[in-house]
Design a protein around this ligand. Structure first.
Ligand SMILES: Cc1cc2nc3c(=O)[nH]c(=O)nc-3n(C[C@H](O)[C@H](O)[C@H](O)COP(=O)(O)O)c2cc1C
Length: 217
């Protein structure tokens, strides 16, 4: 089927994008509001895009709640304070992560509801989530404002936390120990990262040899 993107409503394009671009990693973003209150919310329009400088991007929709705010709390807090922490999500964190996306009344802390423990950060004022196997302390690098109060937020990673049980002295990371999850086709569907296979990179000569091997079968 051929589909002209401009002929679809934003809602229908959303459905197509999230059910084709998957799995998507999940950034559980912690931020501080103006009063110093701690906020946490998950975002799967998220990835890393550069290692020098180390940059990640989070896509945040406009606020659809009836609280009079144009932007979600996360976008507002990041833009106001210039700092945030991206916490990656393990299988054990799936349920409390989803709880962080509930529209609680103002003043209710997602950290309390989810049972997450704030972990003091080293280089930013915003705490991370102690239960997360990987956290990136970020400074706001750039913001692109999109229509309907959407924002593309780029963060420069200034400090990394990786669970001791998942990394060795040579910085080799054990993916099974991280046990991260990804978001699938919308709704409440997720996948684990434990079903893997390896295809090594090859030189031109190795590729020619490999093609011959496959052809011989
Ligand atoms: C797994 C998951 C992924 C999500 N991804 C996004 C996303 O990429 N962009 C977005 O705007 N909202 C996303 N949401 C919805 C936000 O988490 C939700 O609107 C949240 O309440 C925003 O909180 P805040 O107002 O404290 O920032 C996602 C929700 C879930 C459960």
């Amino acid at each position: 089927m051929d589909i002209a993107a401009l002929e679809l409503s934003p809602d229908r394009i959303y459905k197509l994008l999230v059910s084709t671009v998957m799995p998507r990693p999940i950034a559980l973003v912690s931020t501080l509001n103006e009063d110093g209150g701690l906020n946490a919310a998950p975002f799967s329009f998220f990835n890393v895009f550069s290692n020098a400088p180390p940059l990640l991007v989070v896509g945040i929709e406009g606020n659809k709640r009836a609280d009079g705010q144009s932007h979600k709390d996360t976008a507002r807090n990041i833009i106001a304070r210039g700092e945030f922490v991206v916490n990656l999500v393990s299988y054990a964190m799936a349920l409390p992560m989803v709880a962080c996306a509930i529209d609680f009344p103002a003043g209710v802390s997602e950290f309390d509801q989810a049972g997450f423990t704030p972990r003091p950060s080293k280089q930013v004022a915003v705490p991370g989530i102690a239960e997360s196997p990987v956290s990136f302390e970020c400074r706001l690098f750039s913001t692109v404002s999109l229509p309907f109060n959407r924002s593309l937020v780029t963060g420069e990673i200034v400090h990394l936390h990786v669970a001791d049980s998942a990394i060795d002295d040579k910085l080799h990371v054990d993916p099974d120990a991280l046990d991260l999850i990804g978001r699938m086709h919308g709704g409440g569907w997720y996948t684990r990262t434990r079903d893997r296979f390896e295809v090594a990179r090859m030189t031109p000569a190795e590729w020619q040899a490999r093609k011959r091997q496959v052809g011989d079968k």
